[in-house]
Design a protein around this ligand. Sequence first.
Ligand SMILES: Nc1nc2c(c(CN[C@H]3C=C[C@H](O)[C@@H]3O)cn2[C@@H]2O[C@H](COP(=O)(O)O)[C@@H](O)[C@H]2O)c(=O)[nH]1
Length: 366
Amino acid sequence: MSDDEADPELLALLRQHLQGKLTLDEEPNTGVLEGAEYVCDNSIDVALDMRSCKNAAAAIHAQMEQQGYSPAKWSIHELHPKTKDESTIAFIFTMDLLNFSFWSEKPTATRFAVYYRDQRWTGYWSLVAALQRALDEGIPITDSHFWQDEEECTLDVLRHVFRSCTDEEMPLLEQRLACLREAGTVLYEQYKCHPVNLISAAKGSAASLVNLLARDFRCFRDEHRFEGQRKPIRFLKRAQILVADLWACFEGESYGAFHDISKITMFADYRVPQILNSMGCLAYSPPLDAAIRSKKDIPSGGSWEMQLRACSIWCVELIRREIMKQHPKADINAVLIDFFLYDTIKAMELEGTDTTPHHRTRSIWY
Ligand SMILES: Nc1nc2c(c(CN[C@H]3C=C[C@H](O)[C@@H]3O)cn2[C@@H]2O[C@H](COP(=O)(O)O)[C@@H](O)[C@H]2O)c(=O)[nH]1
């Protein structure tokens, strides 16, 4: 299609709008699920196994029921903030700005770890622990003015904030500083220096908030072209998990009140594909399986990586639909299923029962 021809999807939307069927700003959508389905339908190295998805749906629902899985669980995690105010919004915004790429090839004893409250924290929890520790030490790490101050917020200060109790440094420190700088500038220029104004701008819509983050912050715009296609596929993982963390932390009230939270999909990271594969829901082609098992680097934005991310999103959506089919009254969405799967694979890792390794992609997207 030549550049001067309008996008057929846009034409369809405008036609519906003109026919009064759709008020554009009433039905915001992120496009993540549609993109995931498209890539999944065109994947040859990752496939969904429907029988395993059905079995997984039954098992996940039963365990979530048994554990009373709900948004309230989020605040129970000992490192997550407990107050329900603007400082918590700033904490969650900072956390999900930097919520990426903690994996290490080193063994547990020497991998990057943060020592805080008498414990060694690794992975995602090392991020949360480091932010809490910085605040305890009087470093305004969640303040966007600090992020913009090149005298105060230097790479060395960030090295101190994320200092490890081993010899390994936190991965991608320079990229993390760049994310803080960019976010500080955008918040200063467009949102009166505080992410609470982003939430207000979204007017209670989860999809709108995700779209605002992707539109205004380059470091949240997690979208990539699949096999040279013209239109990028949107994963928006950190934008989505930011909205989900707000929703869970505030238990769907106040700053976490989103009428369309069901529009948020699974967060395409490196942990949930791992458990979906170990449950038989995701199957890999022999070359991809071999690459993952031998912990080879899977390049960000490559076909394999996009198939892994998209099929994981679509797989969780099919599991969610199956749960709703088996239990029409279940109060479950993709966010809660995702949180449950992440926590489950982390528990399996702690017990040493996590069988296949997760895929290794180093990027700022997840
Ligand atoms: N899909 C998905 N990805 C998640 C999380 C979380 C933590 N969420 C907490 C909040 C509520 C939940 O109950 C969790 O307790 C982190 N990650 C991602 O995983 C990777 C870190 O892995 P590891 O290095 O092993 O800790 C990294 O890409 C990080 O961005 C999640 O929930 N879902």
